[in-house]
Design a protein. Sequence first.
Lengths: 293, 175
Amino acid sequence: MDTIQRKIGFYSLKLKRLRKEKLYEPPGELKKVLSYIVKLGEKERVIEQKTPTSKRFHVLRKSKLSQDTQAVLFISAKFNHRPPLIDRDTAERRSNPKRIREGEEELTHIVLKYRNDEIVVLIEEHNPGISIGWLAKYLMILANSYYKSLDAKRKWKIETSVIPKDNFLGEMRKLSRVVVGEIHTEKKLLGSEFLNYSNKTEQVKDDLVLYLKAEKNKSILSPLEDIYKKYKKNDGEIHKIRVEGLNEYGNRILLDTEIIKKIQHIDALANEDTGVIQSSELFRDMLSIIREY
Amino acid sequence: MAKIFYFEYIHPIRDYFITLRANEGLFDWGVPFLISLGIYLYPLSLMDFDTIKTINGYAINLLAILVGFSITSLTILTANTSKNIEDLRDNYTRRSLRGKAVSLYQLIILNFIFLLVMEFVSLLYSFGFLLLIKVGDLMNFYKEAFLVSIYLITHVVFLNIRNVTNFYFIVSRDE
């Protein structure tokens, strides 16, 4: 059996109420949505992701709930792409037998833990799979369908946040001088609400970056501490904070909430014939990690 | 007093100003002011009363057409059940009225209602302009009196531009 190293990302999801700022729906609401999705036929669970460069779709394959943890398996595939096949050993090419609407099945293993005020998510991070952003969109699209079946409307949206290491603030406080702060916020600040609603700002780079620079021999630790607290609140406005400072020896230190996010790697067993990961083994490892939270 | 006179028309006007942003205020009020000032300082000073009377007649027609257009747009917004319009109700702005967040739907309806109110005010003024200047010595200031009409019309046109732009964003939303 081969092993493949898989990167695991840690995120926090919250169901933010649409009508009221700072109010959240109980995380258990997502359990209801997931159990509805699982009862749908496979065809009804297909959601297409369109980007300028590729077309792909995602399907929630199966889900297993056990007390406060849930293991979810997604299948993603890129379609509308049928290049010829080439052999690694002989370099011979042949026509690709798959249909244009077919794609190679890529699995994404996701584990959720429902806590009182958030849902901790461990997600297998690999390019062909589903990203945390698209997972949120997928769930919201099918949640609309769930609520429609109850003659109701979805009254929340999913907020995702990266889980940084607990000591980001501690590491920042250790710096003898904080020189530069880079705060990456939502591009929504660029235009009016109607312009943002139109999604016409998609082609603009996602983040709006605000720079804070300290005056000579001064430190900007205090405002950055406040900004970090706002970032940790998970209200979605701040995506990322990068801080550059000097330690006691005058060396430049860079702290980045994206880099500091908890990334662990798991060695997963793969099928020798297909190269596909053994789901049961990977889920077992991911569940044992998330139970520590 | 409220039992005798009807004052409730103040509500949409007040709500419009409460939810107005600085850049929008500049567009709706500031730019028309500058344009009107420019017109007053040059072309208007060269016009005689008869020319102004003719232009006033055209202005009334223009305003009547704009009123019709605004009412049609409002009808489309309120009667349409397409996804883009329905989703407006679930999208909230950071603006608030009486402590509650204002949805995009409320905001666009409010802007159209205010636009209609201003169009009616402008129409009324344009009609009344010829009567107004007969009062006392106001005939000596007919150009200044007409300037108010120019300002109101320009203001209404700019309000229309902003509302139509927002309407465009709504109906042409990318998924």
